[in-house]
Design a protein. Structure first.
Lengths: 130, 130
DNA sequence: AAGATTTCTCTACAAATGTAGAGATTGCAA
DNA sequence: TTGCAATCTCTACATTTGTAGAGAAATCTT
């Protein structure tokens, strides 16, 4: 089975988000896309990407002189990993307090709150049915 | 002003949770408390704790031959830091999808869902009023 | 006071992470 | 075919994190 929970460092998050947007893509592309924000050189980007391949976060395919990268984990998987990390460590696995804390943390508009309510309603229905 | 967002490593989470439970406390105490779970030696625990002092996560007070540690950040602060990290990196700052993902992730009972609903209601009221 | 016990200090080392330069290759353009 | 441009490979180094041993210092016990 594939690795259950992925955890990304901040640099890796930056890279993989760019990859999701542009894949399949080469390292120079990613470097350019990120350069404005990060100031990273080609070498830096390349090193991180190759390490991510080693970890199974990306795949690399060599075509002539070009290495094409693709994501090996979905955004959902990665998000889930991040969530689980926080859940386990910061909240001892307790979801409700985590959601609660999230609600307190942010400036949610009334609309967003309403949206969340309907999400919960849906969820309730599903839970009941299944 | 105090450092705005704290981020803890997994080992640091383990330590600080024990500190919150026992503070003020000495390193040997923490080591004992955690030993069953972590197998860490005194040296390991001590090193982590001292590094945490250097980072401002704990404080240390020396009393004769004893070093007493206390947390320098609250559970809320630490949780918030973890949340913000996930929010920023995994969810590009968008709260709603994060809550959504959280709802999908876990097995929330009907009761918990109801609890969340009332939390949202409260929040709505407050937002409106202020 | 001497031995046993507790706690501390200092040092070390491997792995992971962030960051990047130098020089080799490959491919395209004149 | 020669040279410029794009891309790659390899190596390197500082910092952070995880982990811990060895021996010094303080304290307690008899």
């Amino acid at each position: 089975m594939p690795k259950q929970t992925v955890e990304l460092t901040e640099a890796e998050w930056t890279i993989i988000k760019a990859v999701w947007q542009h894949e399949p893509c080469a390292a120079p592309t990613i470097q350019e896309k990120l350069h404005r924000r990060t100031e990273w050189t080609y070498s830096t980007v390349r090193t991180i990407m190759d390490r991510m391949v080693a970890k199974g976060l990306l795949t690399a395919e060599k075509i002539r002189n070009l290495t094409l990268y693709r994501s090996a984990v979905t955004r959902q998987q990665a998000q889930r990993g991040e969530l689980l990390y926080a859940l386990k460590n910061a909240f001892n696995g307790a979801l409700t307090p985590m959601v609660q804390s999230l609600l307190e943390t942010g400036d949610l508009s009334a609309e967003e709150l309403t949206e969340l309510e309907s999400l919960i309603k849906q969820k309730k229905k599903k839970t009941g049915k299944k």
